[in-house]
Write a protein that binds this ligand. Structure first.
Ligand code: G3P
Length: 226
């Protein structure tokens, strides 16, 4: 499963890239608004920092306007993906853009039926929102599992992007189900690496190494200096 950050914060994206595991970025209007930077410089910078797909959301619900916005978004960078909400007009725009070879991430998916429609409209990515379903006492991971199963049964090429992931268990379960991509806020990304036994074990090994070093004779220069 490819790991994406759900953010428009440039420092968070740079840090994810530094770790060597970040494969893409998703944004939405709320995240873009929070970044408090000009839209075009911001999205261009995001697309230049990360090599993989960067989803950028269009606005409104007029098919013609969604198509126009989508065409312009793809001009921003080679890795820009158009993000469109799952409405009837959004599906119509997805079909038109897909027919032109433009990659569309269909977002705000909350049911398997919606996911089938997105795939049939030619979506490049479908984004089911796991956490937001959990918020309304519905099993978000069950939705994800249903979509993975249906897409496999139908042989759809649309990638399943598990969105609205709120904690590491969501990420692990999404990977277990075979989601193609998991997108998450930076705090969830950071939580993936944390384990108290890693921290205490690392501390103990470091202390023991320092104690042992004077008695170990010649060491490779980089180990001597570390
Ligand atoms: O960007 C789409 C989705 O990941 C939003 O997540 O946490 O706002 O429900 P959240």
């Amino acid at each position: 499963m490819k790991l994406f950050l759900d953010t428009a914060d440039l420092d968070e994206i740079r840090e994810g890239v530094r770790w060597g595991v970040l494969k893409g970025v998703t944004t939405n209007p709320s995240l873009i608004g929070k970044a408090e930077q000009g839209f075009l410089p911001l999205v261009k910078e995001i697309c230049s920092i990360v090599e993989g797909d960067v989803s950028i959301e269009v606005s409104g619900d007029d098919t013609g306007s969604l198509v126009d916005q989508g065409r312009e978004i793809t001009q921003i960078a080679d890795n820009a993906v158009v993000k469109i909400a799952l409405t009837p007009n959004g599906l119509a725009a997805t079909r038109r853009l897909s027919d032109e070879g433009i990659k569309v991430n269909v977002t705000l998916c909350f049911s398997p039926a919606q996911a089938i429609l997105a795939a049939e409209a030619g979506a490049y990515i479908i984004s089911p929102f796991v956490g937001r379903l959990d918020d309304v006492a519905t099993d978000g991971l069950r939705l994800l599992s249903d979509i993975c199963e249906i897409y496999a049964a139908q042989g759809y090429g649309t990638q399943v992007l598990a969105a609205s992931l709120r904690h590491p268990v969501h990420v692990v379960e999404a990977a277990r189900m075979g989601a193609d991509i998991g997108t998450m806020p930076f705090k969830v990304f950071e939580a993936l690496v944390k384990h108290p036994l890693t921290d205490s074990g690392f501390k103990r090994f470091t202390e023991d190494w320092e104690k042992a070093k004077p008695h170990l004779g010649e060491l490779p220069p980089s180990m001597q200096e570390a």
